[in-house]
Design a protein around this ligand. Structure first.
Ligand SMILES: Cc1cc2nc3c(=O)[nH]c(=O)nc-3n(C[C@H](O)[C@H](O)[C@H](O)COP(=O)(O)OP(=O)(O)OC[C@H]3O[C@@H](n4cnc5c(N)ncnc54)[C@H](O)[C@@H]3O)c2cc1C
Length: 384
């Protein structure tokens, strides 16, 4: 049997995060869902507690912990009762800022990473566009040089934290691809959101993740200095593919955690709810359904933990991470759907948390690279 990857220290961290989530986040989840907005204080508060920089080195204000500490945070945040919160925080900690640590200059780390770790700056990641999501190479947002500056024009769509972000880690085309390297010509930029020409055109209305703000952003002649370029000019595609590994893994961890919560709720409900003179958990059909859910969750958890172990050891496990992303996205929605079914009519009512989890879970099959895109990645890497 696999030994637990979590040390005593991780378990202490888990207990502290769980207290924070239960006492300080969960009481607000309903109001955030209604308002379509997570209160701003969450960022500085989580920064103060050290939760926005668990894996960041201490010189940038982080805790210098291993990846398993990040896993603990991702497993605990869904307990707040809104999938939007883990998503918003995950964008900050595991999507928009890791490229700064990996590819950034010392100045960029001090100017963007350190304040993001403190919760003073909110970060967003800007890849998708109105005309390009799965096909990142088809992006149309462009930057052209003007002296030592760059001028950015284009649009970014579905940007999580887009209404509140102080900066966006953005994927931009800076040149046509070389004929010998189809992945070249794309670069990453750190774009401040208060620059002239940067405009939040619209807040998007969504099926789920309703507390999370999602924006359509227009960029009209946004002038950024040469120092806004993140990493190597023209190598942004490869850099963002590295970023997507962390994004997909954190999403998969959260998906397993959310599914576990759904299972726990369904189990408790079916033990309480009676039909035909007995708790519905005592019907064989219900028991088998619960067993299938538990088995589904456990097998994906082990797949995800294996990928976490590889990531923690610095392995670039693209196939395994794509498998995790695919398996977790499908499993978490399946489990949420079964949990809704087991709640009967109450499952479909807005008064029980199961319907929100069901709506929230649906995103994972699309966001961060759809099921189909994961299958394409896996099939290429398997040589199919
Ligand atoms: C709530 C939400 C939050 C998001 N947050 C962010 C964010 O913060 N930053 C960001 O950059 N993006 C974000 N996204 C965008 C998300 O990553 C994209 O929606 C996703 O990558 C899919 O792109 P698309 O919507 O353009 O779909 P498309 O690429 O148009 O795909 C449409 C359909 O075609 C399928 N398809 C595409 N290519 C293939 C293929 N080769 N083979 C088979 N089928 C294929 C897809 O799987 C999908 O089913 C968010 C999206 C949502 C809904």
């Amino acid at each position: 049997m696999r030994t637990s990857p979590f040390t005593e220290e991780h378990e202490q961290l888990r207990a502290a995060i769980r207290r924070f989530v239960t006492d300080e986040l969960a009481p607000h989840a309903e109001a955030w869902e209604q308002a379509g907005w997570i209160d701003d204080w969450v960022w500085p508060r989580m920064g103060e507690l050290g939760y926005l920089g668990l894996a960041v080195p201490p010189e940038y204000g982080g805790q210098g912990a291993d990846y398993w500490a990040t896993v603990v945070l991702a497993e605990e945040l869904p307990r707040c009762g809104s999938g939007s919160l883990p998503m918003a925080i995950g964008v900050q900690t595991d999507m928009a800022t890791p490229p700064i640590l990996k590819f950034g200059t010392e100045e960029q780390k001090q100017a963007y990473l350190a304040p993001a770790v403190r919760g003073e700056k909110v970060a967003a990641i800007g890849i998708s566009e109105p005309e390009a999501g799965s096909d990142v190479r088809a992006i149309r947002t462009r930057a052209r040089r003007e002296g030592s500056d760059w001028i950015i024009d284009g649009a970014k769509l579905y940007i999580t934290n887009g209404l509140r972000a102080d900066f966006v880690t953005m994927v931009v085309r800076t040149a046509a691809a070389d004929s010998d390297d189809p992945w070249s010509g794309i670069s990453l930029f750190l774009v401040d959101t208060d620059l002239p020409g940067f405009e939040v055109a619209r807040k998007l209305d969504k099926v789920g993740m309703r507390a999370s703000d999602t924006a359509l952003i227009h960029l009209d002649g946004v002038r950024v200095p040469g120092e806004a370029l993140l990493g190597v000019e023209g190598q942004g595609f490869k850099q963002i593919m590295w970023q997507l590994q962390g994004e997909r893994l954190i999403g998969a961890i959260g998906g397993v955690a959310a599914a576990q919560l759904m299972f726990d709720r369904a189990l408790a409900y079916t033990r309480e709810r009676e039909a035909f003179g007995r708790p519905i958990a005592r019907f064989q059909a219900t028991r088998h359904r619960l067993v299938d859910m538990a088995t589904d969750i456990e097998q994906v958890r082990q797949l995800v933990y294996d990928a976490c172990d590889r990531w923690n050891r610095g392995e670039y496990a693209v196939t395994e991470i794509a498998m995790c992303k695919l398996a977790a996205a499908q499993m978490s929605f399946r489990v949420a759907d079964e949990a809704l079914q087991l709640h009967g009519g109450y499952g479909y009512s807005r008064e029980f948390p199961v319907e929100r989890a069901w709506r929230d879970a649906r995103l994972a099959r699309v966001g961060g690279g759809s099921d189909e895109v994961q299958r394409e990645i896996i099939s290429k890497l398997l040589g199919l």
